[in-house]
Design a protein around this ligand. Structure first.
Ligand code: PXP
Length: 242
């Protein structure tokens, strides 16, 4: 990663593992602290309307213990907007949300929802929260984002990450590169994320004018692998010494 680009670590999927069993571990708060120890520049989490992973208590606990900004991902929902205004994270990122989706699919249609996005943005900005809109790499969406009063956009890198051929990857990469330039030119902070992993992040991290990359799933997946040996040997030792 170029030295100027920050890394936001999304810890949602630590909570996904916990919720798969309905138990108390692993703790997203512990993961947040370990992420910060290892260089995370923000902690990102998404309080989904169905609360499938992160819960309110995770958000409030994490907010109390971290010393880097909290980037709170949220849908355009009155209930969640009220919660955000109550807890005042440093940043909110407004994302589209459908209950049936596996993860956030596609960017927010700021063009189609401009009045609603503008009103939500105003409430959040008035509460002293920096607002980012998660959008596809598209000039019209960037222009609309600027008009809402948001101070940042997060460019959705999902199509780039999901591209199946080299040509398709290049096409999607160019769209992101152009969008980053354009959003920077119109005066927005530009972040990016979704689907970035250890084999596709480098070209994106070379883009000038990108402020932060927010990455989650691949980091949690990697953590399982790099931690597996220790986890097994610790259990083996307990059993052997019992
Ligand atoms: N940025 C936004 C706005 C997201 O919604 C997500 C997924 O929650 C991410 C970044 C991280 O995506 P991934 O888990 O694929 O790295």
């Amino acid at each position: 990663m170029s030295k100027d680009i920050l890394l936001g670590v999304n810890i949602d999927h630590v909570a996904t593992i916990r919720e798969a069993r309905g138990v108390r571990y692993p703790s997203p708060a512990d993961a947040a602290l370990l992420a910060i120890e290892s260089g995370a520049d923000n902690i990102t989490l998404h309080l989904r309307e169905d609360r499938r992973h992160i819960k309110e208590r995770d958000v409030t606990l994490i907010q109390q213990i971290i010393n880097v900004p909290l980037n709170f991902e949220m849908a355009l929902s009155d209930e969640i907007i009220d919660f955000a205004i109550e807890i005042k994270p440093e940043m909110c990122c407004i994302v589209p949300e459908k209950r049936e989706e596996l993860t956030t699919e596609g960017g927010l249609d700021v063009v189609g929802l401009e009045a609603k996005v503008k009103s939500a943005t105003k409430k959040l900005v008035n509460a002293g929260i920096s607002v980012s809109l998660f959008i596809e790499p598209d000039k019209d969406q960037i222009d609309a984002a600027k008009r809402t009063g948001a101070d940042a956009v997060e460019i959705h890198t999902g199509r780039y990450a999901d591209a199946e051929t080299e040509d398709e990857t290049l096409v999607e990469f160019d769209k992101i590169a152009d969008a980053v330039e354009y959003a920077h030119e119109v005066g927005l902070r530009v972040d990016a994320g979704h689907g970035l992993h250890y084999y596709n992040v480098e070209p994106i991290a070379q883009l000038e004018h990108l402020h932060t990359l927010n990455i989650g799933h691949s980091i949690v997946a990697k953590a399982v692998m790099v931690g597996f040996k220790n986890a097994v040997s610790e259990m083996k030792k307990l059993i052997r010494n019992a």
